[in-house]
Design a protein around this ligand. Structure first.
Ligand SMILES: NC(=O)C1=CN([C@@H]2O[C@H](COP(=O)(O)OP(=O)(O)OC[C@H]3O[C@@H](n4cnc5c(N)ncnc54)[C@H](OP(=O)(O)O)[C@@H]3O)[C@@H](O)[C@H]2O)C=CC1
Ligand SMILES: O=C([O-])CC(=O)C(=O)O
Length: 423
């Protein structure tokens, strides 16, 4: 078998002139530029015969992965994890197809150069482009990160409108050219509604294949346990190491308590990736014991813990001046790995998935974070044996209402809902 490392359509000089064209673009010529096919990059122009190599390596068939917003902050962390084998495995060669825009094209070239310079053996193909109908051709995974963040003075409805258009176009492109079983993970906010829009525009792809990223919220919920009040019969503390400069502080807390966050399981985030999300402590377990039996402080769980998780994104934006990028990339890796490796017995993971046919009595036709299990084949099943009490039901309803409001906002002139990260 021959694994191709790009055939590049343009010479180096042509690339530079191609790039500089983008800086002087007007809206009228963008469409004609979009007709240009996406490019195989740099060293990946050449096709190498890997037959000899394959005799010694038990590599799987090449997997095609598209990443949008590839020149952005999250992608800058994620792409290197994908190329290294950390995500799909050490025997999984990968073709990365990076989607940017006319404004980010030069930055995208810079990202591609860094990927080249990293000499990842598993990265067999790398291409960049600005037209999703080119970039998404044959992809088996689409990680949709690119989305316009809200700017000062913008109406929320403007953001939903703009991002709605992005995800509608990308849904159409996936529908037209992607693998029929492509798995789509929407990260760009508001991710639940963007995932729904994308899905609705891709009727040829099973709705079950669309996910909105709520794994970061699950991870945040797990790490928040470190702030548990001391308890008479059980002292528990938790650690979160996703924010590098807080490592030492958190590690000290964990060492003192002698409990690590890998002892927290069965954590569901219900609902929207927003401040209405519901971190479920009712079904969560600590050391295999129901979290409520360990913590026995309902007030703390319903208030302090819940709000900490709901507000985490916004608090981080205030401190960093930008939204979570590294921990988001980590959670994307977790989300993918949860679908391609069997879920540990008795546990589950959270993902924003389509509600139609759900076993919890949730409203149909929205993308809602729910507990999932996978056999490791890329697919998932919803977990049936969870308890939903009156408290959870009431909180879940608020998130449902918000998602219906978001749905209504797409295309509306005025919108009065909270978006993810808002305080
Ligand atoms: N679900 C979750 O848990 C989380 C979601 N997020 C969300 O992920 C998204 C990306 O975050 P991050 O990487 O930090 O952001 P960046 O601003 O660093 O990058 C975002 C990318 O989105 C693309 N973009 C921006 N505006 C538009 C537009 N109008 N049309 C098309 N693409 C656009 C740009 O790429 P280009 O010009 O190449 O298209 C840009 O590089 C944001 O929406 C953020 O809110 C963030 C953290 C957690
Ligand atoms: O809050 C934001 O805007 C970014 C985000 O989604 C998060 O950090 O959870």
């Amino acid at each position: 078998m021959v694994v191709s490392r790009f055939t590049y359509t343009y010479s180096e000089a042509e690339t530079h002139s191609f790039s500089s064209q983008f800086s002087s673009l007007t809206k009228t010529n963008i469409d004609s530029l979009k007709k240009i096919k996406h490019q195989r990059f740099g060293v990946f122009r050449v096709t190498y015969d890997l037959v000899a190599e394959e005799e010694t390596k038990s590599w799987k068939k090449l997997i095609n992965v598209a990443v949008s917003g590839a020149a952005g902050m999250i992608s800058n962390h994620l792409l290197f994890k994908l190329a290294s084998g950390e995500v799909f495995g050490a025997n999984q060669p990968i073709a990365l197809k990076l989607l940017g825009s006319e404004t980010s094209f030069e930055a995208l070239e810079g990202v591609a150069m860094e990927l080249e310079d990293s000499l990842y053996p598993l990265l067999r193909e790398l291409s960049i482009g600005i037209d999703p109908f080119d970039v998404f051709k044959g992809v088996e995974w689409a990680l949709l990160i690119g989305a316009k963040p809200r700017e000062p003075g913008m109406e929320r409805a403007d953001l939903l409108d703009i991002n709605g258009q992005i995800f509608a176009e990308q849904g159409k492109a996936l529908n037209a050219v992607a693998s029929r079983n492509v798995k789509v993970l929407v990260v760009g906010n508001p991710c639940n509604t963007n995932a729904l829009i994308c899905m609705k525009n891709a009727p040829g792809i099973p709705p079950k294949n669309f996910h909105a990223l709520t794994r970061l919220d699950e991870n945040r919920a797990k790490c928040q346990v470190h702030i548990l009040p001391m308890h008479n019969d059980f002292i528990l503390s938790r650690l979160c190491i996703v924010i590098t400069h807080l490592n030492i502080f958190f590690q000290q807390l964990a060492l003192k308590a002698g409990v690590f966050y890998d002892k927290v399981s069965n954590v569901t985030i219900w609902g929207n990736h927003s401040t209405t999300q519901v971190p479920d402590f009712l079904n969560a377990k600590i050391n295999g014991v129901p979290a409520k039996d360990v913590i026995k402080d309902n007030h703390w769980l319903e208030n302090e813990f819940t709000q900490k998780v709901q507000m985490r994104g916004g608090v981080l934006i205030k401190k960093w001046g930008r939204s979570s990028a590294a921990s988001t990339a980590v959670s994307i890796v977790d989300a993918i790995r949860s679908l391609i490796t069997p879920t540990p017995k008795g546990d589950w993971f959270s993902s924003g998935v389509y509600t139609s046919g759900n076993p919890y009595g949730l409203a149909e036709d929205i993308v809602f974070s729910m507990p999932c299990r996978s056999e490791g084949n890329g697919d998932y099943e919803l977990v049936k044996d969870v308890i939903i009490d009156d408290y959870l039901r009431a909180r879940i309803k608020k998130s449902e209402d918000e998602l219906f409001a978001e749905k209504r906002c797409v295309g509306d002139a005025y919108c009065d809902i909270m978006l993810p990260g808002e305080m």
